[in-house]
Design a protein around this ligand. Structure first.
Ligand code: NAP
Ligand code: 3JM
Length: 379
């Protein structure tokens, strides 16, 4: 099922690696090959900017980029004036942080990975796009724009093809749900979804992290409205007129757009819990067709980017502490919902800053480069 394989010489340790992009579980697998198989000279290299490089997501972008080995000539790391001039170690070098300005994209940049908040993205993404840069944006600013594809590479990679300079990365809670739900949609059809989330403080950036760290020491919160230590906050993002939070409506609307089905009935309750990393979600799904639980588990076990951890007898199920640092999404506690016809319950966990943000965006970049190389998308 490999869609594309490209030679890439890694400078680290003088070893040669194949950059191997596919839609199996080994999305980012590196395969060692001999130097003779390399066609490095012929390979185009790209320039990538990381906007918001000093933040929680931005720093993870850098880690994932170090691991994935894209064909890159130059990286540019950008943040606000507060960080300009500071250095960050990346790819074994010291990079100086540049201030993001209207002139930042006047140089030859192919892809910009944005994670600098909604208003920064609203202002600077169109400027970058107007200069030929493809923006992969982590904020909610563009996600529901009909001209902007909203992409999870395991689910709807073909949507990348109709981009107009901006590709949106979904909300962290939506991404991991999509990886688990798409295989069920394909196998059985989905009519209704009930999301209940248990979200880590890292989803609220450096400020969220500090609130839990300082809260443990008895200090008052700065980022959240209430203490998060020893507490659960049934509010993520602001409240809307319908009584839902913006985070809840992001899950509802983004799910419909990614799964391509406006008729889906969806409700969500999103909760911040005193966990540093990884979001956990209880997902109740009403399927359109009858199913056998063991067959459904097999469907999930075979799905791209998803790992089945479901052995209740041995207390095996996905957990935040075991998902931390991983690029995959984990699913378990799979059981029939006996209160409705064709209902099933899932417990889905992923590293919200990796698959929920940085990993997903870098995978979009990887897929875009593959499409450029294959001629499926023109530069
Ligand atoms: P964070 O830790 O607070 O970092 C914010 C980053 O944005 C910092 O690098 C900051 O630079 C930069 N920034 C802020 N204002 C800027 C400006 N005017 N110009 C340039 N850079 C600016 O937050 P985070 O957790 O990394 O999240 C960043 C954004 O990513 C969020 O606001 C959200 O939109 C998005 N996000 C998405 C997901 C997802 O689910 N896909 C998850 C989490 C976050 P300084 O260090 O210079 O201040
Ligand atoms: C996750 O600009 C902001 O206030 C960003 C708020 C934010 C978002 C968002 O709406 O872009 C913080 C954390 C997200 C997100 O992924 O939707």
């Amino acid at each position: 099922m490999c869609l594309y394989a490209k030679a890439k010489l890694s400078t680290r340790g003088g070893l040669a690696f194949l950059l191997f992009v596919n839609h199996t579980k080994d999305l980012n697998k590196k395969v060692s090959v001999s130097a003779q198989e390399m066609e490095l000279e012929n390979m185009k290299k790209y320039n990538i900017a990381v906007v918001g490089a000093t933040g929680m997501v931005g720093r993870t972008f850098l880690k994932v980029l170090e691991e994935i080995n894209l064909p890159v000539e130059n990286y540019y790391l950008m943040a606000s004036a507060r960080s300009a001039g500071k250095t960050i170690k990346f790819m074994g070098k010291d990079y100086v942080i540049e201030e993001l300005t209207e002139q930042s994209f006047d140089k030859d940049i192919d892809i910009a990975l944005f994670s600098a908040g909604g208003s920064t993205s609203e202002k600077f993404s169109p400027i970058a796009a107007s200069k030929g840069v493809v923006v992969i944006d982590n904020s909610s600013a563009w996600r529901m724009d009909p001209k902007v594809p909203l992409v999870v590479p395991e689910v709807n990679p073909e949507d990348i093809k109709w981009h107009n300079g901006i590709i949106a990365n979904p909300n962290c809670s939506t991404i991991q749900a999509m990886v688990a739900l798409r295989p069920l949609q394909l196998a059985y059809g989905i009519s209704r979804i009930i999301y209940s989330t248990y979200q880590a403080v890292s989803g609220a950036g450096m400020g969220g992290y500090s609130d839990l760290e300082n809260g443990i020491k008895g200090e008052a919160p700065k980022k959240f409205n209430h203490p998060i230590f020893n507490n659960c906050l049934p509010q993520i993002d602001v409240f809307l007129d319908n009584g839902y939070t913006k985070e809840e409506m992001k899950m509802v609307n983004e799910t419909k757009k990614i799964l391509g089905d406006d008729s889906l009935r969806i409700t969500a309750t999103t909760v911040r819990v005193p966990v540093f990393d990884c979001h956990s979600e209880s997902i109740n799904v009403e399927l359109k067709k009858p199913f056998d639980v063991e067959e459904l588990k097999k469907v999930l076990a075979d799905a791209p980017g998803l790992v089945l951890q479901d052995d209740p007898a041995n207390a095996v199920y996905p957990m935040a502490i075991t998902a931390k640092g991983k690029n995959e999404t984990f699913v378990g506690r799979i059981r029939r919902d006996e209160s409705i016809e064709n209902g099933v319950n899932l417990w889905v966990v992923a590293d919200n800053i990796r698959k929920g943000a940085a990993t997903n965006a870098v995978q979009i970049a990887q897929k875009l480069i593959e499409m450029w190389e294959n001629g499926e998308v023109t530069r």
